[in-house]
Design a protein around this ligand. Structure first.
Ligand code: MG
Length: 239
C-alpha cells in the first residue's frame, strides 16, 4: 500500500533542482571595509589624496556625461601618473578591506552542495585575488589591472559587467553553464546590484545599503552563512 502519492515524494527532488548557480557581488558582500570605502575610493584617497573625485566622477557617470569605461580610465590613469605599485595597493587593501566573516564557509558549503559559483563585481581583480586567493568561483567578472616588471600599474581592462551590465554577465554565465535564469541566485548589497537582482531567479540582499536593494530582494540576510542555510536547508537539501 502506498502512503505517499507521487506528487509528494517528488517534491524534494524539485526543491533540490530549483537553484543551480549562485553569483556574488564583492565589495560590501564578500569583502567588507573598515572605513566604509570600496577599493576605488581607497586608492583614490591613498594615491591621489583626493576624495572629491569619487563623488564628481560618480555624478558624471550617473548623468551619462562619462561612460563606465571612461570612469575606470580616469581613476586608473591617476594611479599610473603617480607610479602606484602592486605592493602598495596590496598594503592598502590589507589595511582597509577584509574577507567577510562566513564568506569562505558559505561558498564551500554551497560548492559541496553542488551549486555552481560565480563573481560579478565592479571591484578590481586584486581585491579578490589578495583576500580570497583560494576562492572556488568558476567565473570571475571584475575590472582588471596590469602591472609592469617593476610592479607598477601599467594598464587596465574595464569590466563591461558593472551596474546594469551585471545582469548581462549573469545571463552570459548562465548560458555558458546551460542553466536557466530562473535557477540563478544573486547576492549583493548596493544599487549597482539591483538590475541583476531583478534578472536572477532569486535575489538575496546582504546587509543592503539602500532601500532600492531591499525592495528588489526576495530575501534579506545579515550574515553570509544565511545564504547557504537558506538555499540548502530551506530551499533544497544537501547532496
Ligand atoms: Mg557591493
Amino acid at each position: 500500500m502506498t502512503l505517499r502519492g507521487p506528487h509528494i515524494s517528488y517534491e524534494p527532488v524539485a526543491a533540490l533542482k530549483r537553484y543551480k548557480l549562485v553569483a556574488f557581488d564583492v565589495d560590501g558582500t564578500l569583502v567588507g571595509n573598515r572605513s566604509q570605502k570600496v577599493v576605488w575610493e581607497l586608492f583614490n584617497r591613498h594615491f591621489c589624496d583626493n576624495e572629491a573625485i569619487n563623488q564628481t566622477r560618480l555624478k558624471a557617470y550617473l548623468a551619462q556625461e562619462i561612460t563606465y569605461a571612461r570612469w575606470v580610465e580616469l581613476d586608473v590613469s591617476d594611479w599610473i601618473a603617480v607610479g602606484a605599485t602592486r605592493s602598495e595597493m596590496e598594503r592598502v587593501i590589507r589595511q582597509h578591506l577584509y574577507l567577510m566573516p562566513g564568506a569562505k564557509e558559505t561558498v564551500e558549503r554551497l560548492r559541496g552542495a553542488g551549486y555552481r559559483l560565480a563573481v560579478i563585481s565592479g571591484t578590481l581583480d586584486l581585491t579578490l585575488s589578495l583576500l580570497f586567493p583560494e576562492h572556488p568561483f568558476e567565473e570571475v567578472f571584475t575590472n582588471r589591472l596590469c602591472f609592469d616588471a617593476q610592479g607598477r600599474v601599467s594598464g587596465w581592462e574595464a569590466t563591461p559587467f558593472d551596474m546594469e551590465g551585471k545582469a548581462d554577465a549573469l545571463v552570459e554565465i548562465a548560458a555558458r553553464m546551460k542553466i536557466d535564469l530562473d535557477a540563478t541566485v544573486f547576492v549583493g548589497d548596493h544599487i549597482n546590484d539591483t538590475h541583476v537582482m531583478r534578472r536572477a531567479g532569486l535575489a538575496i540582499a546582504f546587509q543592503p545599503k539602500r532601500d532600492e536593494v531591499r525592495e528588489v530582494a526576495d530575501h534579506e540576510v545579515d550574515d553570509l552563512r544565511e545564504v547557504a542555510r537558506l538555499l540548502i536547508d530551506e530551499l533544497g537539501s544537501e547532496r
